[in-house]
Design a protein around this ligand. Structure first.
Ligand code: NDP
Ligand code: 8X3
Length: 257
């Protein structure tokens, strides 16, 4: 495993799924982690595990990325050794509902847009200027296959991930001439709490999403994020689309039952 000793990595949405797996792989490589999410007790449990397993150095932030004032104050009041963020993993995100647009819930729409688009923008806006000043940095955005292919009922979620794709491209263009890299990692089906959140806690419906196929694991995605973040500084992996072998498009999947 490559060493990331003394690298500071901020991961949003680290309390579950892909974010928690990213925390594990970067901790294993010796990075110092800032783990952010709303569920603080989850972060504490994760930090405890990673501390025991890898002697990881971890700073926790209870943070709702939708709250711009909170994002600003949390990031601007980071204690000195933690403020020089080298790698930002914008992972916090969610889907809510799978309704036809004409029957959609305003609250679900706002939650997705506020988290997946505006939250990502707020965190990026407060972190990237420091990267430019220090002449070093990497932003990894977790997008989705949903950015490329809209599926029925996916309307606003797919739109939010298409925005992440466009914003990642825009940031890369705006950072041209600086050493700061931008990567968008776009996974297909990954079994996490994602579908439980989408279906507002309906675990039976959530399980069916992955039934009969072998989905990606959050560790599979973290592996890719880690690979992108550990290339030589002249190499920028701009986009990665990774899907389960059982998935060809958002809607074309192979199920064995
Ligand atoms: P999980 O539901 O397991 O994890 C989502 C994470 O985002 C949690 O840690 C949650 O923490 C955090 N989060 C949600 N809202 C906020 C908020 N307002 N402020 C801070 N943190 C927040 O799902 P995944 O791990 O699957 O999702 C991670 C990312 O991957 C998302 O952006 C998702 O869109 C994307 N993705 C997922 C795929 C999948 O199939 N699972 C495929 C493609 C992309 P907390 O609730 O504690 O705040
Ligand atoms: C998550 C993957 O296909 O459920 O972004 O939208 S999908």
């Amino acid at each position: 495993m490559l060493s990331l000793q003394n690298q500071i990595v901020l991961i949003t949405g680290a309390s579950s799924g892909i974010g928690a797996s990213c925390a594990k792989i970067f901790a294993q490589a010796g990075a110092k982690l800032i783990l952010a999410a709303r569920r603080f007790e989850r972060l504490e449990e994760l930090a405890d595990r990673l501390g025991k397993e890898f002697s990881a150095s971890i700073h926790l932030l209870q943070l709702d990325v939708c709250d711009r004032t909170q994002v600003e104050s949390s990031l601007q009041s980071l204690p000195e050794p933690w403020s020089n963020i080298d790698i930002l993993i914008n992972n916090a995100g969610l889907s809510r509902g799978l309704n036809k647009l004409q029957e959609g819930s305003f609250q679900d729409w706002e939650e997705m847009i506020d988290t997946n688009i505006k939250g990502l923008l707020y965190v990026t806006r407060y972190v990237v200027p420091g990267m430019i000043d220090r002449g070093k940095g990497h932003v990894v955005n977790i997008g989705s296959i949903a950015a490329y292919q809209t599926y029925p009922g996916g309307n606003v979620y797919c739109g939010s991930k298409a925005a992440v794709r466009a914003i990642s491209e825009g940031l890369k263009q705006d950072l041209l001439g600086t050493p700061v890299r931008v990567t968008c990692v776009d996974p297909g089906l990954v079994e996490t709490e994602f579908s439980e959140v989408r279906f507002h806690g309906d675990t039976e419906r959530a399980k069916k999403v992955y039934q009969g196929l072998t989905p990606l694991t959050p560790d599979d995605v973290a592996d890719v994020v880690f690979f992108c973040a550990t290339r030589p500084s002249h190499v920028n992996i701009s986009q990665v689309l990774l899907v389960p072998t059982d998935q060809a498009t958002t809607t074309l999947v192979h199920r064995r039952n």
